[in-house]
Design a protein around this ligand. Sequence first.
Ligand code: ZN
Length: 215
Amino acid sequence: MPFPSIHPMTAPNVKPPVVTVGRSKNNHIVIPTLSVSEQHAQVMRLGDEFWLEDNNSSNGTFVNEFRITRRRLQPDDQIRMGNQLITYRRLTKAFTRNPDDYTKEFAELEHIWNEYESLKEGLESRSLLDQGADLLMGVPVVGMALGRLMGAERMAQKRRTLAEIDAKMTTLYACPKCGTPFPLTRDSSFQMLLQRSVNQKQGRCLAGCGAIWTV
Ligand SMILES: [Zn+2]
């Protein structure tokens, strides 16, 4: 059966939704094993049909042990990428995900929080520089005034930088669906958010927008 010619390159108005599969973390479905190429294959939904397309992978994509470049999938197909079997269900369920499921987006918050922590730590360790200003204060009169000024300026600068980082964080460290910011206190750190969700096996946006993430 010929592949329907609705590739975005040839028909810019028709963009079939695509789910990518590969070893690299930027895929929708990540298979972290060496026999799978970084960008191994993709699945396209065309109406009710799912089409699997190999991406010139090193070790090939196989359907029922035939190496394929493109093929329409059937639910009982045996699908293999490199030496990794992958189920039809896994390949196609991403197309039918719960629209309130923000698990993937939520996971991004971990990087954002970690970045935030290390930025703040960086600012703290720079306070060693401020101690240089204190030393100057040992010099009578002029040194003392200068030292105080420098110390005060550095403190003010640090407060401004912290405020800028916090302001940026309220847009980044927020519910991925409704944008409600999570508070920037220690007990709203990513690890704490995660811990709170573990009991229910699922987290839920506190603002009540319906967004959920599975743990
Ligand atoms: Zn929300």
